[in-house]
Design a protein around this ligand. Structure first.
Ligand SMILES: [Zn+2]
Ligand SMILES: [Zn+2]
Length: 135
């Protein structure tokens, strides 16, 4: 049994993941807000080799301030963004938490880019909230 499973809105793209989640973050950066259409994105970072994706995805790459090139992968039919990758750490993948079925495994540990969060977004005061990406 895979630990995590998920799918896009139409079901054309799905994933199953087995392995440790390295890092979970709510990201409030403008890119995540625009790409998800939500007020922030919750991302689960894992080893790419632990995740199996089925279905055809379309991808969009963009360069961020740090110089890293990030790629969003989404369903070409319904437009749901299912996961992301980055050129700096090509061995990692970040699953979009909203697509995940096993909600009990979704526990963000940090709010990143809190400096660009929307005014209406309420953050858990018990979590660290750096203004930018730490490290
Ligand atoms: Zn879809
Ligand atoms: Zn972000």
């Amino acid at each position: 049994m895979p630990k995590l499973t998920g799918q896009c809105l139409c079901g054309g793209v799905s994933f199953s993941a087995d392995g440790d989640v390295a890092f979970q973050a709510n990201c409030h950066c403008t890119d995540c807000r625009q790409t998800t259409g939500a007020t922030f994105a919750t991302l689960l970072f894992m080893q790419k080799s632990d995740v199996e994706v089925s279905g055809e995805v379309k991808s969009f790459s963009h360069t961020v301030d740090s110089g890293n090139v990030l790629t969003k992968h989404f369903c070409p039919n319904c437009g749901s963004q299912v996961f992301g990758t980055g050129a700096k750490r090509p061995e990692m993948i970040s699953l979009r938490a909203g697509c995940i079925n096993e909600q009990e495994h979704v526990k963000p540990q940090i709010n990143i880019f809190s400096g660009s969060k929307m005014n209406c977004t309420v953050m858990d005061p018990d979590l660290p909230a750096p203004e930018r990406m730490p490290g």
